[in-house]
Design a protein around this ligand. Structure first.
Ligand code: PGA
Length: 253
């Protein structure tokens, strides 16, 4: 079975102390994971070492960055490179979140470079895609997501693409409380898998985890994750409350 992943995206929330407390409360639950289940915590940069320390030795629990630079190294003040993440044993990195696309002008081409650098340093990119409401309203969401995948990922070899996790996050559902219906989520996830199969192979499409993101909550996770092509979630708001995120972990297939 392909991996089923509950990924927390803390965004720019919580102080260091609050972050430690949250992580401790979740880990204290000792939720045992099946072989194919994983839990990822995408935390702010200054908390990465603390998270990695706490997660060390816990099988299938990983720390993740929320972004990295599209440059390898050099005079780029304020940036953090994939190599730096690797040097502190970080194994995952969220890329192309819609908030980064919207507020920090991240485009598909730069995201392609970020994904390349992550793979070079053995970091699993959690690549976000998803359409704004205006695109869904005119029924153009499949083409929109297809362009994001083509321009950022489809230059990779089959071996490389197998190392990527995709997160489908319809922008209109992020932080709005407006979740996609299971039918809407399943339909887009199946479409993404179809695109992967057409570009690579069915085998490859079948092993790439596709997470759903956008108002995943304790109360709707089980239903969303029960869709055959939904392999877990990328969770913002509900990942900031220990009990809620624990329920979401327990909802994994
Ligand atoms: P949300 O955020 O769960 O608060 O909607 C999801 C995300 O942005 O990854």
């Amino acid at each position: 079975m392909r991996k089923q992943i509950a990924a927390a995206n803390w965004k720019m929330n919580l102080t260091y102390q609050q972050g430690e407390e949250l992580l401790d409360s979740i880990l204290k639950e000792e939720i045992s994971l099946e072989k194919d289940q994983q839990v990822v915590f995408a935390v702010p940069f200054p908390y990465l070492i603390m998270a990695a320390e706490k997660l060390k030795g816990r099988k299938n629990y990983f720390g993740s960055a929320q972004n990295c630079s599209d440059k390898k190294s050099g005079a780029y003040t304020g940036e953090v490179s994939a190599e730096m993440l690797h040097s502190i044993h970080i194994t995952h990195c969220v890329l192309g979140h819609s908030e980064r696309r919207e507020y920090f002008s991240e485009f598909n081409q730069a995201l392609a470079h970020k994904a390349e650098l992550c793979l070079e340093y053995n970091i699993t990119p959690i690549f976000c895609c998803g359409e704004p409401l205006s695109i869904r309203e005119v029924g153009a969401e499949e083409g929109f997501v297809e362009a994001q995948l083509k321009e950022s990922l489809f230059h990779f070899s089959e071996d490389q693409i197998r190392k990527i996790v995709i997160a489908y996050e319809p922008i209109w559902a992020i932080g709005t409380g407006m979740t996609a219906t299971t039918a809407q989520a399943q339909e887009m996830h199946a479409h993404i898998r179809f695109l992967l199969a057409s570009k690579y192979s069915k085998n490859t499409a079948d092993i790439i985890p596709i997470l759903y993101g956008g108002s995943v909550k304790a109360g709707n996770a089980k239903e969303l994750f029960s869709c055959p092509d939904v392999d877990g979630g990328l969770v913002g708001g509900a990942s900031l409350v220990a009990a809620d995120f624990c329920s979401i972990i327990r909802a994994l297939k």
